[in-house]
Design a protein around this ligand. Structure first.
Ligand code: DQA
Length: 146
C-alpha cells in the first residue's frame, strides 16, 4: 500500500485564513497540513497537501495519486459544483475519496447544494470548519486499514 494521503484543495483555498474568515475561519492550509500529519504520522502515513486554482492541475494530481496515494481527501471548492472532469478523474482512482467542505454548503446559496464529486466520494463532510479535514483523514486511515 502507498503510505501517503493526498489532500487536494481547489481554487481560492490558498487564501484560507484571509478570505471571508466569517465563513472559512482564520486558520490556513498549513494548519490543515499540520493537524492531518499529526493524525496520519503515528500510523505511518504521510500527508501530501496540495492546492491549485487550476482545474487541470488538480486532475493531474489525481492521476498522480493513482500510483502514489492510498486515499484522497478533496475540497474541490467551486469546482465541486461545476466539474465533471474532476469527477471523471476521481473515478479513475481506486482508493477511498472523502469530500470536504469547510462551510456548510447546504446552508448557503442553492448553487452550492449540488456536488459532482459526491457521486464518487465514500463520505462527504461539510460545515465542520478545518476539523473536517481531520475527520476525513481519520476516515481514510480506517478505510485502508492503516
Ligand atoms: C467550499 C464551498 C464551495 O462552495 C466554495 O466555492 C469554496 C469552498 C468550502 O470549503 O466550504 O470555495 O468548498
Amino acid at each position: 500500500m502507498n503510505r501517503q494521503i493526498y489532500i487536494l484543495n481547489g481554487p481560492n483555498l490558498n487564501l484560507l485564513g484571509q478570505r471571508e474568515p466569517e465563513i472559512y475561519g482564520h486558520e490556513t492550509l498549513t494548519d490543515v497540513e499540520l493537524r492531518c500529519a499529526a493524525i496520519a504520522g503515528p500510523r505511518g502515513v504521510q500527508i501530501r497537501l496540495l492546492q491549485s486554482n487550476h482545474e487541470g492541475q488538480l486532475i493531474d494530481w489525481i492521476h498522480e495519486a493513482r500510483h502514489a496515494a492510498c486515499g484522497i481527501v478533496i475540497n474541490p471548492a467551486a469546482f465541486t459544483h461545476t466539474s465533471v472532469a474532476i469527477l471523471d478523474a476521481l473515478n479513475a482512482f481506486e482508493g477511498p475519496v472523502i469530500e470536504v467542505h469547510i462551510s456548510n454548503v447546504h446552508k448557503r446559496e442553492a448553487f452550492r447544494h449540488h456536488s459532482y464529486v459526491s457521486a464518487r466520494a465514500e463520505g462527504v463532510i461539510a460545515g465542520l470548519g478545518i476539523e473536517g479535514y481531520e475527520a476525513a483523514t481519520r476516515r481514510v486511515l480506517t478505510l485502508v486499514g492503516a
